[in-house]
Design a protein around this ligand. Sequence first.
Ligand code: C5P
Length: 411
Amino acid sequence: MSERSDLLGKHIVLGLTGGIACYKSAELVRLLVKAGATVQVVMTEAAQAFITPVTMQALSGRAVATSQWDAREPNNMAHINLSREADAILVAPASADFMAKLVLGRADELLSLTCLARPRERCPLLIAPAMNREMWSHPATQRNVQTLHADGTILLGPDSGDQACGETGDGRMNEPADLVADLTAFFQPKILRGQRLLITAGPTFESIDPVRGITNHSSGKMGFALARAAVEAGAEVTLVAGPVHLPTPRGVRRIDVMSALQMQDAVLPVASEHDVFIATAAVADWRPASLSQHKIKKEGKKVAPTFELTENPDILAAVAALPKAPYCVGFAAESENLLEHARAKLLRKRIPLIIGNLGPATFGHDDNALLVVDATDQRQLPEDGGRADKLVLARELMVELARRLNLHPAN
Ligand code: C5P
């Protein structure tokens, strides 16, 4: 299995302010470090009432900064040194009080001082609000949210749901894994900003009777990775998914379907509104010609039942033939002669780009090896001919796509 280090080389200043959600920040540090980042924790006095610097030091592997008067800093300027080294400051949890302080530009303790003194051009500030729902919805907090937006602060969340106080509503801090995903996305170049992508993923399920059906081993992982990579690159993404048990990537609009016909119904009417269509789904080629209303019973039958099959529509070819067709990318899952089959498919479906992979080596795996094939050229991904995590490959495909669409890299 290939490892993915989404935040490798990134140095993050993680600020904690007073709130019950501080307990989640312990997990957040662990996940940030696991993703390859180095983390310098800064805690306000209130944060230390909820979780100790000892815990945060052990998880981050660095002494926690808690005071602007720390004489151990050679220049006695912890607030300057901290942000000059950082690729970003993430305040999680960010209390209502701390947000108000940011709005006013106050700097009476180390964390707010560091936020104010940071070089804004190269050290972005992201905050994950965490507070009771009444505090969050209060006009004062909402006014502060507007000002923070206007000042260029990026708000991650808050989430909605059960709160530590026993109430339910908006104000929960985003889960640590979601914060890491958001931070990772934040660092990805926005090469597809403004583009609308439509992606199919997973298998289809063709019913025989109410309890049985025909399907295949597609896990949906490649299509879901593409959807995530596209959102990370700034695109607006609609994902039409066959029956898979995968979480929806953040920021993706998902439409669940079962059969090829349902997938076609979800795709065709909206395809022309998109700039790009990526058909990752392993659509069943055939479906039972008729659906039995009731379960086909075994009892009393001497011979096994037989089924007539009928061909499913080719969704990709239909989209490619639309008068206002988006840029179409197909996938070819083969067991041999990848290049030959992929190119034949390219011509048959009249599409500009096809991604070849070996079926048994991709279905269900977290990593893959791809062959990017157009009418005249082909290239391997990863370039060394090995295997790479599907999200890493998906990000490379977004770069390939942006290049083919002549989009200018903009960050
Ligand atoms: O025709 P074949 O299944 O070999 O082609 C694979 C490509 O076509 C994939 O991109 C797949 O998503 C798409 N496809 C489709 N509708 C079908 C069959 C395949 O969109 N009925």
